[in-house]
Design a protein around this ligand. Structure first.
Ligand code: ZN
Length: 472
């Protein structure tokens, strides 16, 4: 394949792709008769990486009804939406994105009034709580050892942190990844890290087969639990087991010593550790654990949603990388401005402070909990504006090139610089619909015209294709 008229480091170049690699870069490379793509001056960039998301949950979410802001903001709208769906579709009804600002602390009785017969489950926006109606509870067949919440012996319909149990009860039906993977490719994404804590060898296998049958187009790193210690990494170069994921919850922190032992086990199994960490208390706990156990290059903190400046030197001492979600400032910022104490707001989703302290920083979506479009997230990293246009933590803003770098750093080493585009490197590339000078001025407007993963075309915008193009 030959890409012509691409902008690379400010120059117009042609790039030849052969055997999955960049074979040559130059001005006026001859057309050898293979597929041809006219970049029309669009910037040629490394393929992007989303360093933290949940693929199966994202796919499931695409088949779900939204039950929270900004789509649904009050109880009447939600009730109408549920009753309407009940009338026009069948089977389990799956709601996502619920927030208590809509209708308070809902339970089975609230749902039963709207959905008396059809099994329904609604997930809280935070991802850790499901609420079931009575019809759903009946199908789940609760027993003495289930993790469902009870009050005075009666099921409330709430299930906290019970995804593993739920999966077991409902069967591990994994939705197809085809649509979400194509969507990600459309943003220029060639590699992702699935950070679902429950991932085990079965999931690794499922991801590998999704890739083998072209349902999953990206390279993938798979975090998960202890069950992934010693997982077979040889099955596929493109799906590799990754860090042991720890999902902390401030209200139920694990035993400190037990947590240290789990970290040591992961390190002994040659794995990194990654800690979900969204509150100050969780952060202090993790830093304490890692100070006790020591760290391994590649250990990371996910989210670091609230980071007091005084803790930054500890990240640095421990050599930790931070994988953050700049896009949440855009999608959730308005709520943060209402819900988060004024004195904590400056600590939210820091960016600049991490870079200034020499801490490796990478970007991600946390989809489906955040929006998967990295260009919107880069824009939010630059302007720190909420959906309604209010500023949140303006001092943490990055320059556009720094925002891009959050998404181009290698999957295996988030927060380190991407190797430049040169001959011999794997052809994981994307071509924008505009040059970089225009792109950096308005990142959220960027469209990706072509995405290649190891030289394979995994996305090509149809609308804007030039007449001079030829595809195999
Ligand atoms: Zn996550």
């Amino acid at each position: 394949m030959l890409i012509r008229n691409a902008e690379l480091n400010g120059l117009r170049v042609s790039v030849r792709i052969a055997d999955g690699k960049v074979a040559a870069i130059g001005q006026g490379l001859p057309d050898a008769g293979g597929p041809l793509f006219d970049a029309q001056g669009g910037a040629l960039l490394p393929g992007l990486h989303d360093h933290h998301l949940h693929l199966h949950a994202l796919a499931a979410r695409r088949n779900s009804v939204r039950c929270g802001p900004p789509d649904v903001s009050n109880a009447d709208t939600l009730s109408l939406r549920l009753v309407e769906l009940d009338r026009h579709s069948a089977g389990w009804l799956r709601g996502v994105d619920y927030h208590e600002s809509v209708a308070g602390d809902i339970d089975r009785d609230w749902l039963d009034e709207r959905l008396p017969r059809r099994p329904a489950r609604i997930q809280h926006r935070g991802g850790r709580l499901w609420v079931f109606n009575s019809a759903a509870l009946a199908q789940l067949d609760p027993g003495p050892t289930d993790p469902l919440e009870r009050k005075n012996g009666r099921l409330t319909g709430r299930l906290y942190d019970g995804d593993a149990w739920l999966r077991e009860r409902m069967g591990a039906t994994r939705p197809s990844l085809a649509d979400v993977s194509r969507e990600l490719a459309g943003y220029g994404i060639t590699g992702v890290t699935d950070t679902t804590p429950q991932n085990g060898p079965g999931d690794l296998q499922a991801f590998a087969s999704a890739q083998a049958n072209n349902e999953l187009l990206q390279d993938l790193r798979v975090m998960g639990g202890d069950a992934l210690h010693g997982a077979d990494a040889s099955a596929s170069q493109r799906v590799q087991p990754a860090a042991r994921k720890f999902h902390l919850l401030e209200s139920a922190l694990p035993d400190f010593e037990a947590c240290c032992r789990a970290v040591r086990r992961a390190h002994a199994a040659n794995r990194n550790v990654a800690f979900h960490c969204v509150t100050r208390t969780e952060l202090v706990f993790v830093l304490g654990v890692l100070r006790g156990t020591g760290t391994r290059l590649g250990d990371r903190i996910e989210h670091a949603s609230v980071t007091p400046l005084v803790l930054l030197p500890r990240f640095h001492e421990l050599g930790l990388a931070v994988v953050t979600q700049p896009g949440l400032v855009h999608s959730r910022g308005d709520r943060y401005l209402t819900d988060v104490d004024a004195e904590d707001r400056g600590d939210l989703y820091r960016l600049r402070a991490f870079l200034d302290a020499g801490i490796r920083l990478a970007g991600s979506s946390d989809a489906p909990f955040g929006e998967p479009n990295p260009w919107v997230a880069m824009q939010a990293a630059v302007d720190r504006r909420t959906r309604e246009g209010r500023e949140l933590g303006g001092a943490e803003a990055l320059a556009p090139d720094e925002a891009l770098a959050l998404y181009t750093s290698p999957l295996s080493r988030p927060g380190t610089a991407a190797p430049g585009i040169r001959s011999g490197m794997p052809a994981d590339l994307c071509v924008l619909d505009r040059g970089w000078a225009r792109a950096r001025a308005s990142l959220a407007d960027v469209r990706v015209r072509l995405t290649l993963r190891a030289g394979e075309c995994i996305h090509r915008a149809t609308r804007t294709s030039a007449p001079t193009e030829r595809m195999a």
